[in-house]
Design a protein around this ligand. Structure first.
Ligand SMILES: Cc1cc2nc3c(=O)[nH]c(=O)nc-3n(C[C@H](O)[C@H](O)[C@H](O)COP(=O)(O)OP(=O)(O)OC[C@H]3O[C@@H](n4cnc5c(N)ncnc54)[C@H](O)[C@@H]3O)c2cc1C
Length: 471
């Protein structure tokens, strides 16, 4: 069989080489045509359609080490698929050796120490499910099917970020298989340089087989959900968002979004497909306080739908899953914002009015709080001046509509990027974002990351990522 090397050549792998690898593995090897290969090789964004030469469904750290050593010995291009949610398709590579970590999804919770150990292939929902048994939660993102390690390696934000920082700020340690095929611990005490780089630098330094997350008391019941109004109300609703968010306690996270109404049962049929504005809220303090905090939203104007209620935290964490299914076509543009400017709100409305697909949205996420209080050099993730995230999310179904939807997202981005801090979120970068966008995402950390790369991966073996060339 043919496989791609690190320098882009195709080489022939003999059957005995493949048999040698299989003999070292506990997990299955899938080749094109094998049952399960198609499911493993495909990623969330249907714009990305690559065929790895083979997929290894790793069953543990020993399998990961065997794959790294095999790939190194044959100079093979290696890719690591966690949740497969990266919009740029960084989890897959044409002709490469794919490590599919989706069988490594164990989570162990120590409720007394308030720590969860999550294996390298965990999805966010796997972690929430086990931690919520104890009324605890890790700081994770908004969609439960996203890979936890991939999210954490790029920073990570969600409903708990305002209280406790980037996801990566809450990591206590990681177990990592390095480019040499060794397993090492990265924490404040061991390999502190690597620990600094892993928290923001992506998969440039190794394969994370396990992460220890700090846990915090959350729920099980919180006040969370959405209230929606017709888009004609957007000037008033965005002003409400701007002022409420500015004075909201850290327990409350507010997200504003404009899009065509999805065919959701909580929205009246006659609204489906019509433009709406919605506020998504989550209050993670006592539910009575939460209800008081969201009362101005629920009482505002004449909503067309309101599902902002007491509900289990784990349920809120998967509320948006249905809006982001695997297999649609996606293209995003994103910026960090220092504030919500009234002039930006006007542009959000203008650009939402030009949306070309029933699934696209313009979204403002509130993240300000704990993450702004750490030193800029605390970890590679940086961007300590980010207070909101703007995401222009293009989402559609047919390849024939690619050009129109990508043009919409790019035009909206050109129109709004002047409001940026100058930074952008590394985990939201698309396939056509070049090295200058990686630099915008990693900012001042990039020079130190280059040196770290030279120490831990001088050959640039881990290159299917937002790549940091060895300095
Ligand atoms: C629908 C959706 C919602 C999202 N919501 C949020 C959100 O709320 N907050 C947020 O911060 N981000 C969010 N993201 C962005 C998300 O953090 C990134 O897409 C992230 O890269 C996803 O990781 P993954 O493992 O699912 O992706 P993959 O495509 O599998 O991998 C992405 C990158 O991470 C690397 N990687 C994955 N696992 C490992 C590992 N164990 N060890 C080493 N490298 C690894 C891969 O090599 C690749 O370079 C969202 C993305 C989507 C598609």
């Amino acid at each position: 069989m043919q496989a791609r090397t690190l320098d882009g050549r195709m080489i022939e792998l003999a059957q005995d080489q493949l048999d040698g690898l299989k003999a070292r593995l506990k997990g299955p090897v899938l080749l094109p045509g094998d049952a399960g290969y198609e499911e493993s090789r495909t990623v969330w964004n249907a714009m990305i359609d690559r065929r790895p030469a083979m997929v290894v469904r790793c069953l543990g750290t020993a399998d990961v080490i065997a794959c790294v050593q095999f790939a190194r010995a044959n100079q093979l291009l290696l890719c690591i698929k966690g949740g497969g949610h990266n919009i740029a398709g960084l989890g897959t590579a044409e002709g490469g050796l794919m490590l599919d970590l989706s069988l490594m999804r164990g989570v162990w919770v120590d409720p007394r120490a308030r720590v969860a150990h999550a294996q390298g292939g965990c999805l966010l929902g796997d972690v929430d499910r086990e931690t919520q048994v104890h009324g605890l939660a890790a700081v994770l993102g908004f969609v439960s099917l996203t890979g936890a390690a991939g999210l954490t390696l790029g920073g990570g934000f969600g409903y708990l970020t305002r209280r406790w920082g980037w996801t990566s700020d809450t990591v206590l340690g990681m177990d990592v298989v390095t480019a040499e095929g060794r397993v090492v611990r990265a924490s404040a005490e061991e390999n502190a340089d690597l620990f600094w780089g892993l928290r923001g630098g992506g998969s440039n330094f190794g394969i994370v087989t396990g992460t220890d997350y700090s846990l915090f008391p959350v729920g099980p019941e919180v006040v969370g959900g959405l209230v929606a109004w017709p888009a004609s109300e957007a000037p008033k609703v965005l002003e409400l968002y701007r002022t409420l968010a500015a004075s909201a306690p850290r327990e409350l996270t507010l997200v504003a979004l404009m899009r065509p109404a999805p065919p959701a049962p909580w929205l009246p049929k006659e609204m489906h497909g019509k433009p709406i504005i919605a506020l998504l809220a989550c209050h993670t303090g006592p539910p009575e306080e939460g209800e008081r905090a969201v009362a101005p939203i629920k009482a505002f104007g004449k909503p067309v739908g309101d599902v902002l209620v007491r509900r289990p935290y784990a349920q809120l964490q998967s509320l948006l899953d249905g809006t982001q299914p695997k297999g649609r076509r996606y293209y995003w543009k994103s910026e960090y914002l220092p504030r919500i400017d009234p002039a930006l709100c006007a542009k959000v409305m203008d650009n939402a009015a030009k949306i070309r697909s029933p699934h696209s949205a313009v979204i403002l996420f509130q993240i300000e709080g704990a993450l702004n209080e750490r030193d800029g050099a605390d970890s590679a993730v940086g961007n300590r001046d980010a207070r909101y995230v703007l995401n222009i999310g293009g989402s559609w179904e047919q390849a024939a509509d690619d050009a129109a939807n990508i043009a919409w997202a790019r035009d909206a981005w050109s129109d709004m990027r002047s409001f940026s801090t100058g930074g952008t979120y590394v985990n939201f970068l698309t396939e056509d974002d070049g090295p200058e966008r990686t630099e915008a995402a990693l900012g001042k950390s990039i020079a130190r990351l280059g040196k770290l790369k030279a120490k831990w991966d001088p050959q640039n073996f881990f290159c299917t990522n937002r790549n940091i060339p060895p300095a």
